[in-house]
Design a protein around this ligand. Sequence first.
Ligand code: ATP
Ligand code: LTN
Length: 339
Amino acid sequence: MEQQTEVKKKVMLSGIQPSGDLHLGNYLGAVKNWAELAEEFDCYYFMADLHSITVRQTPADLRRRSVSQLAQYIACGLDPAKNTLFIQSHVHEHAELGWILNCYTMFGELSRMTQFKDKSAKNAENINGGLFTYPALMAADILLYQADYVPVGEDQKQHCELTRDVAIRFNNLYGETFKVPDPYIPKVGARIMSLSVPGSKMSKSDPQGCVFIMDSPEEISRKFKRAVTDSDTENCVHFDPVNKPGVSNLMNIYAAVTGLSFEAIEHDFAGKGYGAFKPAVGDAVIEALRPIREESTRMISDKEYLREVYTDGAQRATAVARKTLRKVYKRVGFVEKPF
Ligand code: ATP
Ligand code: LTN
């Protein structure tokens, strides 16, 4: 028989918390890039519902959003036949490995995480243990699948670095157990800033400065027309994130949705000013999001189909996660389960 040498594809894995609808930052910084990776990599993407309860959620909303986020993933181009799409809580190995990795993640390391500092400042009444130990669960998400790459926006780089440190620490103690992953951050779109406060990242907790992928064209147009530009007198479309953060953010968005370079944008808008640029960016975003919004709306009503996708995804994910967890249990010294 002819010998077949199957080349194992490298593994990509990422997740988004279903704590709100996807926004332009999630799309440009993460999901948009995921769709292009399916042929080359073995890809796993999930709804990080375990993570989302670190901030108080309304149960019915969380349940609805977890499923509509799946519809949005698919509408953004993630083909369920080529990507493993699942809901995190359906694969209980995440919570189990999360606990174990908590015991290999240091208090000092967790204390340095900027997301913890930001979120505890925003939720001063609910600074719970989960919010603090969140990165150990994220490390579990990634290491369970022996991921090579983690496609995320710039803000997640610190968590990815901690994941590497935890993997290396564990491997040094017990022998090669986990693949040490690398973050995979896009060149354009990795850090989309708020349209109303260009000094802060676009985030669902700031609805005025945030464009959601399900926003109507009118809403998107209004948000871009009101976008804060810079108080210089130049009124010139020029990329300079330090002195012109507002217009540079709009250029970043425009470049990410049109594929144009910053030089080409500067050239096209030379002498036209912010008054012409802002609606042009709004129109480009409307056209980029239109098919996604329409497809998501159609799919959200097809509950049966979505259920099939997340069932199949959880089964595929479990088969991989189980293997890693079994190895870890053995390495740390747990007695093998007899049944
Ligand atoms: P929150 O609004 O609570 O801060 P979030 O919008 O950051 O949440 P997450 O689930 O934390 O949403 O992020 C999902 C993915 O989107 C991550 O890969 C993250 O890096 C990316 N991302 C989030 N915000 C931005 C942004 N403003 N620019 C680029 N990428 C982003
Ligand atoms: N921490 C991420 C969401 C997240 C994630 C992951 C991303 C949870 N687990 C694993 C990549 C890989 C966030 O807040 N954006």
